[in-house]
Design a protein around this ligand. Structure first.
Ligand code: ATP
Ligand code: MG
Length: 398
């Protein structure tokens, strides 16, 4: 067996927006590392997660193979806060070893077999290293050119050998997968997502997790007047999204009877918006109980009649907590593309009996007056009703 110059397999992570943080940066990085460790636990591979200068390195146990590194890389690609994930090799910190490692990586690559145009890109995070980055580029690039007779193309290479000189070691790699970007989950606090079985709310949840919120999910079911299908859908959606944050909880409110009282209490055209306000009031009550500091919905401006500017104003007026609407400026096609990428679209498109279908007036009000809505709520005793509804929630833990 020939000795490999490649040293140990590891995974190198590039941070996203965190690098723009000043004094708080360390706090964000610590949280990110905690999230990474948590995400990797179920894999059962004993890894070491280390902060390096501006990057995070995951070291695998002695003897770990490329498959284990690939599994780790794939898992952390779902952890918000990272922009690139590289399966890399950790090699000794001298130019000779780096050169050999570079040659070996290229020798193993599919691109080299096709005679691909290549480039070497070096970077010195430790300036004490004897070669400057352009010297290292030329040394390794020249050797690759001699050995494999591949053409150099610095502008538009098909194969790039990255060399990153760090404090204790050098990382050498050729491939990478994009991360989720955004901020580490938890760094912005906690919020509660109003989660229907539809297409929009799961995407909204994801966008806010990516901005650092750890979210709980709240679903209103039409039970006892509908089947449990919408709950199964909500549950399946939460399961699909859990890979981005971990520890997800779904709360379900049996909402059918409250909807029935709305229907019998007011003007037909206001029913949808009155119901939305009751959902929000109930969500606010639940949010206080679980210490969530904001509500999240999948509203997009003008998408349906409940989402006109007037009706959004009427919704904001129902609660004191901020309502975050990350999709407010998105087109339906954009939302659907994102849902497809996340894997939620096929679940959302399953048929169900949404609780909203119980209340579908022929013509919904697009300019609901808040005074009229308050009248309905007075008759319903909405303040008391939302406490009762919050009392009746059921928790589904993953
Ligand atoms: P979605 O695709 O998310 O269901 P939608 O386009 O169907 O949205 P609406 O039905 O008007 O739009 O709902 C707007 C928002 O209200 C949803 O994105 C969601 O946040 C919340 N919502 C609606 N119905 C429910 C429900 N049954 N349970 C929880 N939240 C709901
Ligand atoms: Mg809906």
């Amino acid at each position: 067996m020939t000795m490999s110059a490649l040293g140990e397999p590891c995974v190198l992570l590039k941070l996203g927006e965190i690098v723009l943080k000043g004094k708080n940066r360390e706090l964000f990085e610590r949280r990110l590392i905690g999230n990474i460790r948590e995400a990797l636990k179920p894999l059962g591979t004993k890894v070491e997660v280390r902060r390096r200068h501006g990057v995070i390195a995951i070291f695998l146990p002695q003897g770990a193979g490329a498959e284990q590194a690939a599994a780790v890389a794939e898992r952390v690609a779902d952890v918000p806060g990272l922009v690139w994930i590289h399966r890399a090799w950790r090699v000794a910190k001298d130019p000779e070893t780096v050169l050999k490692a570079g040659l070996e990586l290229v020798g193993e690559s599919e691109e080299a077999k096709r005679g691909a145009r290549f480039a070497v890109r070096s970077r010195r995070r430790d300036k004490r290293f004897p070669l400057r980055s352009n010297e290292l580029d030329r040394l390794v690039g020249g050797a690759i050119n001699d050995e494999y007779n591949l053409p150099v193309d610095l502008r538009n290479p098909e194969l790039t050998v990255f060399i990153e000189v760090d404090r204790d070691e050098v990382f050498v790699f050729t491939d990478g997968i994009p991360g989720q970007g955004g901020l580490p989950v938890g760094s912005s606090g906690r919020a509660l997502v109003l989660m229907s079985g539809g297409i929009d709310s799961p995407v909204a949840a994801y966008r806010m997790m990516r901005r650092g919120l750890h979210v709980d999910f709240l679903h209103f079911s039409g039970i006892p007047f509908t089947t449990s299908e919408s709950i199964y859908k909500a549950y399946a959606l939460v399961r699909k999204l859990d890979r981005f944050q971990g520890g997800s909880r779904l709360w379900v409110v049996p909402f059918g009877k409250a909807q029935q009282s709305i229907r019998t209490s007011g003007q037909d055209r206001l029913a949808v918006i009155a119901q939305r306000r009751l959902m929000l009031k109930t969500a606010e009550e639940v949010a206080h109980r679980i210490r969530a500091a904001a509500l999240i919905t999948g509203d997009a401006l003008g998408q349906v009649s409940s989402q006109t500017l007037t009706n959004i104003t009427a919704q904001d007026n129902a609660v004191e907590l901020p309502i975050l609407r990350p999709l407010v400026g998105w087109d339906k096609t954009e939302i659907m593309a994102e849902a497809r990428r996340l894997g939620t679209l096929e679940i959302s498109e399953l048929p169900d009996e949404d609780c909203c279908s119980l209340l579908a007036p022929k013509r919904a009000e697009t300019r609901a007056r808040i005074d009229d809505l308050k009248q309905i709520e007075k008759r319903l005793d909405a303040e008391e009703l939302c406490v009762q509804l919050a009392d009746s929630i059921q928790e589904y833990t993953l």
